[in-house]
Design a binder for this molecule. Structure first.
Ligand code: SF4
Length: 75
């Protein structure tokens, strides 16, 4: 008799945890994207100065990127 209630409660708890995890993950992604956009707008580095694997390297005009492009052109 109490088995269906327990399953309902368990499913509700699992669904709640799943939605909470998705919300947390979504807010983390949103925060990261927002921070990167702000840094780009303020002309600041978004990848701690490691230009080698930076996704905006080709469009970046910060001194580190220009120096790295210079080195790459010479080699
Ligand atoms: S390309 Fe280099 S300088 Fe430009 S944001 Fe990326 S890591 Fe920073």
């Amino acid at each position: 008799m109490s088995k269906p209630d327990t399953n309902k409660r368990r499913n509700f708890m699992l669904s709640s945890l799943r939605f909470a995890a998705m919300g947390l993950f979504g807010s983390m992604v949103f925060g990261t994207v927002r921070k990167n956009k702000r840094l780009i707008r303020e002309n600041k580095c978004v990848n701690r100065g490691i230009c080698g694997n930076c996704r905006i390297f080709s469009d970046c005009s910060l001194p580190q990127a220009l120096s790295a492009k210079d080195v790459l052109e010479k080699t």
